[in-house]
Ligand binder design. Structure first.
Ligand code: F6R
Length: 588
């Protein structure tokens, strides 16, 4: 949430920062701002709305050093004043995270005569720098941070220092070295194509970044050597790859995500984790949102493969009411970003309780990877659309591999085959568009299924509501008659998933119950006989490639992602940046 960039080098900072902010916009897009340093003065522009809104005023920014920010509001509404950077005295700061004790610090500094301008928690950092500065910028930052409670990544300018400082505590900050200068960013994506090497700043470290280089100090302000690693990335990771939106590009990468994830599982020795799971007294999964929905699928897959109990927990609940674990338990934390605050807290609590911690994550350098006992990589590449798509598919692939202790090669072969089928689903865009057009004409959309189809229904509902803003819900088809049937009429669409032969007769009953109340129905199935029976009687039907029921979720989830995407576009929404949301929820 929120994005930070900083640049010090031989080029004009304004252009570098603007480009960096555009790449980071998916991290928050309520407001944006830039401060640059030139000739001992700080120049600042900031505005509510998207980064593009800064373009007309870029000419006001001078100098080769600067910091920038794109915001997802936590404290104070999204307006020009609350936008970062925040300025006080000789200082300009940008901040990601939350300062929990800002109100008491504000009261203390106000009593000293400081005047505050914004309603943010972040502004207090600029005031603390002013308060503690006695000619040593790093020392002032260290003292300022010693007063903070919460989590932060901070980049700051000082009129008296030809460069910027960076520090962090719980929020990501990555330093980059490029040909024409030095960078900081809260996300590797902003460094791709600009930095040759990177270093993840450690909590408590302070970096001084100037056009001549980067020096890093530890919490006691002693110089420390930190390793820079080559920044490797693929050209196609950046940009929409010719698609109108990242969301479509990323759904089209579902198949390659499955293939890459399977290969990485084998090559990174993850198979050994299966013995750990075999010996476990219980397996508990934690995650939020889509990652939690993937954990629901994992419960079925791992539950079928191992004898111990397997359960999935919403991380924001589990951290306050954690399931009991022992030294023999395994916790699997599921997180695309590896930075989600609730998931990190829940995982830490379970690890502290004795559980062995496996992180299933798409970001190999993320916070969760630093304290997990083992990382099982999801190889989806950069996921820029706020709504998770290919990372969910990659998480499913990880769980299939973890659920195959005896025959990993056979499972891998089956996943390679399903990847080909995913490509077939993606090429059937016309079916998705047809069902999407029914969605946008409906007052509400319900997603129903039985067995493994329920998990996909829940995820499909989340996807539709977040990108199209159409009300939707996902639940077991058998529950229809226990309440939701009261909502069914001709203005409501029910999307019924039928991908399990053993449950298809029961799912058909739900279709009949809806049709007899004049509700609209769209059927998505991998079963040709179901398609033949129902297609003429429902508003839309989509026959997916045939697949065993335990693998069908790759196909039905891809279908529902495409439907959500088309519905968002038809409803005139920006599927990549849904209102009020941002990628990677690093605040609690
Ligand atoms: C929905 C979505 C969110 C995330 C959730 C967890 O499309 O993207 O629900 O799944 O915020 O994020 P990660 O997986 O980064 O922990």
């Amino acid at each position: 949430m929120c994005g930070i960039v900083g640049y010090a080098g031989g080029k004009s900072a304004a252009g570098e920062l603007f480009e960096g902010l555009k790449k980071l916009e998916y991290r928050g897009y309520d407001s944006a701002g830039i401060s640059t340093l030139g000739g001992g003065s700080i120049f600042t522009i900031k505005k509510s709305g998207r980064v593009e809104g800064l373009a007309p005023r870029m000419g006001e920014l001078e100098g080769c050093v600067g910091i920038g920010h794109t915001r997802w509001a936590t404290h104070g509404e999204a307006n020009d004043v609350n936008a970062h950077p925040h300025i006080y005295g000789s200082f300009s700061i940008v901040h990601n995270g939350i300062i929990e004790n800002y109100a008491e610090l504000k009261a203390e500094l106000s009593a000293e005569g400081h005047v505050f301008f914004s309603h943010t928690d972040s502004e207090v950092i600029a005031h603390l720098l002013d308060y503690y500065y006695k000619g040593n910028f790093a020392e002032a930052l260290s003292l300022a941070c010693s007063r903070l409670k919460g989590c932060w990544a901070i980049a700051a300018l000082c009129k008296q220092f030809q460069g910027f400082t960076v520090t962090r505590h719980g929020s990501p900050a990555i330093l980059g070295e490029g040909e024409d200068g030095f960078f900081v960013a809260s996300d590797m994506y902003a460094l791709m194509g600009r930095a040759r090497s990177y270093c993840i700043l450690a909590d408590g470290d302070i970096a001084l970044v100037t056009p001549r280089g980067i020096s890093i100090y530890d919490g006691q302000l002693q110089p420390v050597a930190r390793n820079f690693s080559p920044l490797e990335w693929e050209e196609e990771e950046v940009g929409t790859g010719g698609c109108p939106h990242y969301m479509l590009k990323e759904i089209r990468q579902n198949a390659r995500t499955v293939r890459a994830t399977c290969r990485a599982f084998a090559s990174s020795g993850c198979g050994g984790q299966c013995s750990r799971l075999k010996e476990a007294d219980k397996i508990v999964l934690v995650g939020c949102g889509t990652a939690y929905n993937a954990a629901l699928a994992a419960v079925r897959l791992l539950g079928g493969a191992y004898e111990c109990p397997v359960s999935a927990h919403i991380a924001s609940e589990a951290r306050y009411d954690p399931p009991r674990v022992t030294q023999k338990s395994v916790c699997i934390a599921v997180s695309q970003s590896g930075e989600t605050a609730d998931t990190i807290m829940a995982a830490k609590i379970l690890k502290d309780g004795g559980a062995y911690l496996i992180a299933v994550t798409n970001v190999g350098y993320s916070a969760i990877t630093r304290f997990a006992d083992k990382v099982v990589p999801v190889c989806a590449g950069a996921e820029v659309c706020v709504a998770a798509t290919k990372s969910y598919i990659g998480q499913l692939a990880c769980f299939h591999m973890l659920a195959a202790p005896c025959a990993p090669r056979v499972r891998c072969g089956a996943l390679m085959k399903i990847a080909d089928d995913i490509e077939r689903v993606v090429s059937d865009g016309v079916y998705a568009a047809n069902i999407a057009s029914l969605c946008v004409k409906s007052r509400a959309v319900f997603f129903l299924g039985r067995g493994a189809d329920v998990d996909v229904a829940v995820e499909g509902s989340l996807k539709l509501k977040e990108v199209s803003y159409i009300f939707s819900d996902g639940y077991p088809a058998g529950e229809l008659k226990h309440g939701t049937l009261a909502l069914i009429d001709e203005s409501v669409l029910s999307v019924v998933l039928i991908c399990d032969e053993s449950l298809c007769e029961k799912s058909k009953t739900a279709v009949e119950q809806i049709l007899s109340r004049k509700g609209k129905v769209a059927v998505i199935t991998t079963l040709p006989h179901i398609y033949a029976e129902l297609s003429a009687r429902v508003s839309a039907a989509w026959l997916l490639p045939c697949a065993p029921s335990h693998l069908a979720h790759f196909l039905s989830a891809t279908a529902l992602q495409l439907i959500a995407y088309h519905a968002a576009v038809m409803a005139g929404r920006d599927p990549d940046k849904p209102r009020n949301l941002a990628k990677s929820v690093t605040v609690e």
